[in-house]
Design a protein around this ligand. Sequence first.
Ligand SMILES: N[C@@H](CCC[C@H](N)C(=O)O)C(=O)O
Length: 261
Amino acid sequence: MILTFYKYQGTGNDFVIIDNRDGIVSKNNTKLFARLCDRKFGIGADGLMLLEQPQNDGDDFVMVYFNADGNESSMCGNGGRCLVAFAAFLGIVEDKATFTAIDGKHHAEIKDGLVRLQMQDVQEIEKYESHLFLDTGSPHHVTMVERLAEFDVQNMGRSIRNGAPYFESGSNVNFVEKKNGNLFAVRTYERGVEDETLSCGTGVTAVALSMHATQQVDQEEVDIDTPGGALKVTFKPTPEGYKDIFLIGPAEQVFKGEIEC
Ligand SMILES: N[C@@H](CCC[C@H](N)C(=O)O)C(=O)O
């Protein structure tokens, strides 16, 4: 079979996207997804997404996300932003979109060339001496470091991701350095990619909330520099947790192709 695919990137977090509204691809084809994401034997990507027919009232589409290892995983923030740009490219949406992903319903808007994606509310942030842990749709370990540019994200990230208390199910691991005011630099080790990626949307969302929760910042808007580009996170702190969380940044189509599978 010849499969048409699209390649997108959001601050360097890159994805293969397939329009699966007619169900041409089975969601259980882990081997195929891993091969398509392989940077030497396939197209190459941090993850793969299927855009599927909406199942719920008011939705424009369904997002199904797989990590580069081919396994379906939890929410991908940059992926969600890219899928909204893809839905606009297909003409499914104009400047506003509503879709369901594994963590529930999301609203998004395309404005001034950026995709503004609403993330799920976050009720709980676990604070430890050396780090924080929270779920922003995907699990994230957040730790402050000095000299982030020289930090060994690959080895430190891998050992935290595989160690206690995460073990096999794992966590994504974010290393953060405060730059100035409300600007932070972040590098992320992603589970399922098992490597540092150039950016992680749920990761920078976790960092922004963690920096607010630990009084590193008092604004309700945090700017994050990732190795792949700049993202912004806005939110409302309430006594019940963080609400109205938005992940804002660019998402662009890189190319379209066909592959035999
Ligand atoms: N790159 C993503 C996160 C993708 C999921 C993650 N690797 C996991 O399995 O938890 C993002 O932009 O949020």
